[in-house]
Design a protein around this ligand. Structure first.
Ligand code: SF4
Ligand code: SF4
Length: 379
């Protein structure tokens, strides 16, 4: 198990500072020496939706630009891509490339992905997802670089390198996955399976501006001033969760990766290059917890009933709803309808996947924990 993580300070998205910091982050773990001329490298960034880089929901284009420059200097063929929540199509991605400022990478000699084909893969070694469709630009690359944005996440608590690779699953297939893997544990195991299948050659995190609170899109940008690098995506996530002052047990993907022996359980067991502790934000605002582990029952039926009673749910601040229907488009359970042109959620139909919370452009859908659950647990 590779436990090395490198972290360096980067105080702004100034082009020179970013490139310098990125090179410095790569240096102690062996840099880009593995990159050879002509190698096809797919850079999987977070372009979750058409949202400006200042909102801190997507990987900042300046970090992507700097990485592309470093890769081009080594003679690699670089393609930058993602498959966000909408259709995996040229028209939709063209709007996302423009909206996120990602077209800037063309000036570094990289390409933006224009291959919208997909392939079905079998993964018999998977714990949960033994077969799934995947975007071809990633499947056909010689190497994948996972360049994530570090943020809170309504469903998975934290999104970093592992969760970023959910964007390897093409477009609307992702909604179906919420139905198929409908517990936190199953969903996290599926994410770890996809991440392990992709086997990113290198994982990097843009944690210069992170997002706290109602992430991954409706939260508040928070300055952290860091770039992280690791050859192990789960090690990078363990370090990242620590920076947000988030216990690793609260991150389902980390818990799943620990169980499989992919990462140590404690951040202290990572080999860190850089002063990790100096980046920790003690009052980082996290999303509410989903589970309540207090009654210790081994009775599964009772546990299910209690967990239903105490479960977090999405809540729409209807007074601020613009009626844009983005939430309805991504809801896999068809649980959203409109009254007086404002969204409302049918609690009985809702499977608590938090896709609506993730994609509401106004950030007015939040994760709500029943008051009694808040009383019983810290978050
Ligand atoms: S209402 Fe929101 S949380 Fe509930 S199923 Fe639909 S998208 Fe998921
Ligand atoms: S996405 Fe947000 S603003 Fe748009 S209809 Fe749904 S709740 Fe309202």
């Amino acid at each position: 198990m590779n436990t090395e993580v490198s972290i360096v300070r980067c105080n702004s998205y100034d082009p020179e500072e970013v490139k310098k910091a990125l090179s410095a982050a790569l240096e102690p773990i062996g840099g880009l020496d593995w990159v050879t001329p002509g190698m096809k490298i797919a850079v999987k960034v977070n372009m979750m939706t058409r949202i400006k880089p200042e909102r801190a929901a997507t990987t900042h284009p300046q970090v992507v630009f700097a990485l592309c420059e470093l890769l081009k200097e080594r003679g690699a063929n670089v393609v930058v891509g993602d498959s966000p929540g909408g259709l995996f199509s040229s028209a939709y991605l063209s709007a996302v490339y423009g909206g996120t400022g990602m077209r800037q990478v063309l000036d570094a000699g990289a390409a933006l992905n224009e291959d919208f084909t997909t392939v079905d893969v079998d993964y018999p070694d998977a714990v949960t997802a033994k077969a799934f469709p995947i975007t071809n630009y990633l499947a056909s690359a010689d190497a994948i670089i996972d360049l994530c944005k570090m943020k809170t996440h309504g469903l998975m608590a934290f999104t970093g390198a592992c969760k970023n690779l959910f964007g390897a699953i093409p477009g609307l297939n992702k909604s179906e996955f919420h139905y198929r893997y409908n517990t936190h544990e199953a969903f996290a195991n599926m994410l770890v399976d996809v991440c392990e299948w992709c086997k990113p050659r290198l994982s990097l995190a843009d944690a210069i501006m992170t997002m706290e609170g109602n992430g991954p899109s409706g939260g508040t940008p928070r300055f952290m001033g860091a770039i992280l690098a690791s050859f192990n995506p789960h090690a990078l996530d363990l370090a990242g969760a620590h920076l947000m002052n988030m216990p690793p047990d609260d991150v389902p993907t980390l818990a799943a990766a620990v169980k499989r022996g992919l990462v140590p359980a404690r951040v202290q067991d990572l080999k860190v290059f850089g002063d990790l502790e100096s980046f920790v934000i003690p009052d980082f605002q996290l999303t509410p917890k989903h589970d309540v582990k207090l009654w210790g029952t081994k009775n599964e039926t009772l546990a299910k009933i209690l967990s239903g009673m105490f479960a977090s749910r999405p809540r729409v601040a209807r007074e601020h709803c613009t009626g844009c229907a983005e939430c309805k488009k991504v809801c896999p359970a068809n649980a959203i309808s409109f009254r007086d042109k404002r969204a409302e959620i049918d609690k009985k139909k809702c499977i608590r996947c938090f896709c609506c919370q993730e994609f509401c452009p106004q950030g007015i859908i939040t994760v709500q924990r029943p008051p009694i659950a808040r009383l019983l647990n810290k978050r």
